[in-house]
Design a protein around this ligand. Structure first.
Ligand code: GLU
Length: 287
């Protein structure tokens, strides 16, 4: 028993919860219950262009229908932009962040020009076009009024964090991991339109909420390497991680927004009980 254990479920209110969310929420709630700890809910609504109040209301309703309870008040990321900005400034002061003026189109063209493989995770990595701009070049682009994102200079960040010996983190299933975020590249920490990003906000909030065990799908395993690095650079404690299996559809594909028939509300409207939906989520996570 670890009564100080804190877990969380952190959905974005940009759609209805589906079977995969149910599995993830239950996984986090059970991990807290088994430890005699606390389960938190966090609304990840930094993208106000996609977040909708009716989706947020549906999150509460659907989770309650599944039988889950969580602590109040529920933290809402859109109310915490100042904290993300402060964290960004901490990284900027360390010289680990640079402005990136590239458009998506320019990045794609640059990747193609560099002859990157047409598939695989590496192909999607930012090629570092703006990393080497001089201060004058940056100023000139800003003066033209060009908008920019802020990216992490990953190599510099790793060098800064590793100064005290290699960083590690623990996944409850796969064991101790040596922190290696190279698969993520020079990630965007502040989007052009938002001033923050999923990665930055999640790291700030997991620490602010005292989360000791981050549970989420294996699709975010690589991101956890990056989050550990950001924790080290921001002087935040490192939680443990437990990456769980992904729920798939009948064809073995992971669930996405297009799976309207597998949202919790359509299953409920079709007459399914919460117990049956939970059983289905578990069965599909093992498929
Ligand atoms: N809002 C993120 C998502 O829905 C949370 C992922 C996480 O647990 O860190 O994918």
């Amino acid at each position: 028993m670890d009564a100080s254990a804190v877990t969380r479920f952190a959905p974005s209110p940009s759609g209805y919860l589906h079977l995969g969310h149910a599995y993830s929420a239950l996984f986090a709630a059970r991990a807290a219950a088994e430890a005699g700890g606390r389960f938190l809910l966090r609304i990840e609504d930094i993208d106000q262009g996609r977040a909708r109040p009716d989706f947020e209301a549906a999150i509460f309703e659907d989770l309650a229908w599944l039988g889950l309870t969580w602590e109040e008040p529920v933290l809402r990321q859109s109310e915490r932009m100042d904290l993300y900005r402060a964290a960004l400034e901490t990284l900027q002061r360390q010289g680990l962040v640079y402005p990136c003026f590239c458009t998506r189109k320019e990045i794609a063209a640059e990747i193609a020009r560099a002859g990157a493989a047409p598939h695989g995770p590496q192909a999607a990595l930012y090629p570092g076009t703006c990393r080497g701009l001089s201060e004058d070049e940056r100023e000139a682009r800003r003066a033209e009024g060009r908008s920019y994102a802020l990216r992490l200079d990953l190599a510099a960040a790793m060098a800064a964090a590793d100064a005290g010996g290699p960083l590690t983190w623990t996944d409850r299933e796969r064991g101790v991991q040596v922190c290696d975020p190279r698969g993520e590249g020079d990630v965007v920490l502040a989007r052009k339109d938002l001033g923050t990003s999923y990665h930055l906000s999640v790291v700030v909030d997991d620490a602010a909420q005292g989360v000791t065990l981050v549970t989420r799908g294996t699709d975010l395993f690589e991101a956890s390497h990056l989050h550990r690095l950001l924790q080290a650079l921001l002087g935040l404690p490192a939680p443990d991680y437990h990456h769980h299996r992904l729920v798939t559809d009948e064809a073995g594909k992971r669930l996405a927004k297009r799976h309207d028939s597998l949202t919790l509300r359509s299953l409920r409207d079709a007459g399914q009980s919460a117990a049956a939906v939970i059983a289905l989520a578990e069965q599909r996570a093992l498929a």
